[in-house]
Design a protein around this ligand. Structure first.
Ligand code: NAD
Length: 356
């Protein structure tokens, strides 16, 4: 199978590309604009594989999309390209509307034009898999409530509203034009190659440098955490075995308050990189925790009911939060060069791979 992955240079997209190249015989075309969040160095372990190709393309550029479909003739699209950082969407929503809504629209139209001209067998086998977030559901009220595939949409931030819009477009293209689509909504991911602006890598990297560990409000926001490689496995299962027209929620059954996550990272660093081997005037990493003003409209609790994907496709996460976060902290300790090249911008200055 030949899969067109959009956003394959991002955090989850690169995990999906590595998963497909390392574990299947499928071919991957990675279509990515390379915004600040796109980092081809996350694909260095597979980018020489003959089954992998890279195309630097903006999903808002319809002509370029048509060329990609024509040249590569994919069997499936896995659509991950997006603006993804909630804080950035509050400071500047325009890019989120452009990429997440208009870009998804352009990709749907390019896919539809390509798909409707395929021979019957190819037409029946084609899949358009849209990757989305549980943030489209807003936040949960009761402590026991869970998001299911039928929970009404109630997005709170410009990011989640733009993702909700794109989910609706994808479902409408299924209903109106018959495009064989699938949608997945997933909880918060963490793991290797995560951009240092996000909570977990930010805390690890700041703690290693003895910098403050910023925690919004009281740190009591609850998120359901999923190890990114478990997500990549789930996504591949959905695009290859999922039922057309269906939505699958994906989650890790790992509900944690943000402050618990920060404490866990501090404990792991106390064990793996004790402070007595540094010049810092503190004994434990948790002494670096600093509470900062909460984000406007911050959702309090997200939690996913992932029983449908377990029941219908047999997917369950392999990592617990304890095993996944330990792997993640160790990965950052062993790959500080990757993180430092993101932090000092050299990953953008010295792009690897094809440039247009
Ligand atoms: P990311 O920000 O790390 O990566 C996004 C990628 O998309 C980057 O490589 C970027 O260069 C590319 N991109 C952005 N705009 C583009 C455009 N106009 N054209 C082509 N490429 C473009 O994001 P991520 O965390 O890997 O998330 C991937 C997808 O998964 C997103 O759709 C996001 O909404 C969804 N998601 C993320 C999480 C999470 O916890 N990170 C959870 C659930 C769902």
């Amino acid at each position: 199978m030949k899969i067109l992955v959009t956003g394959g240079a991002g955090f989850i997209g690169s995990a999906v590309v590595r998963h497909i190249i390392n574990n299947t015989q499928d071919e991957v075309i990675n279509l990515d604009k390379l915004t600040y969040a796109g980092n081809l160095e996350s694909l260095a372990s597979i980018d020489q594989n003959p089954r992998y190709r890279f195309e630097q393309v903006d999903i808002c550029n319809r002509q370029a999309l048509d060329r990609i479909f024509h040249e590569h003739q994919p069997d499936a699209v896995m659509h991950l390209a997006a603006e993804s950082h909630v804080d950035r969407s509050i400071d500047g929503p325009a890019a989120f509307i452009e990429t997440n809504i208009l870009g998804t629209y352009q990709l749907l139209e390019a896919s539809r034009d390509y798909w409707k001209n395929l021979p019957e067998a190819g037409k029946a086998a084609f899949r358009f898999h849209h990757i989305s977030t549980d943030e489209v559901y807003g936040d949960l009220e009761g402590p026991e409530d869970l998001f299911t595939e039928t929970t009404p949409y109630a997005p709170s931030s410009p990011y989640s509203a733009s993702k909700a819009s794109s989910d609706h477009l994808v479902r409408a293209w299924r209903r109106t034009y018959g495009l064989p689509t699938l949608v997945t909504n997933c909880s918060n991911n963490y793991g290797p190659y995560h951009f240092p602006e996000k909570l977990i890598p930010l805390v690890i990297l700041n703690a290693l440098e003895g910098k403050p560990l910023p925690v919004y409000g009281k740190g009591n926001q609850i998120r359901d955490w999923l190890f990114v490689e478990d997500h990549a496995r789930a996504l591949y299962k959905v695009v290859t075995e999922g039922k057309v027209g269906e939505t699958y929620n994906i989650g890790g059954h790992n509900e944690k308050q943000n402050i618990e996550v920060v404490h866990k990272i501090c404990e792991l660093l106390d064990e793996l990189r004790p402070l007595n081997s540094t010049n810092l005037p503190i004994k434990y990493h948790k002494e670096l925790i600093t509470f900062v003003t909460d984000r406007p409209g911050h959702d309090l609790r997200y939690a996913i009911d992932a029983s449908k994907i377990k029941r219908e496709l047999g997917w369950v996460p392999e990592e617990t939060f304890d095993s996944g976060i330990r792997k993640t902290v160790i990965w950052y300790l062993e790959n500080l060069n990757w993180a430092h090249r993101v932090q000092d911008g050299s990953y953008q200055r010295e792009r690897l791979g094809t440039q247009q």
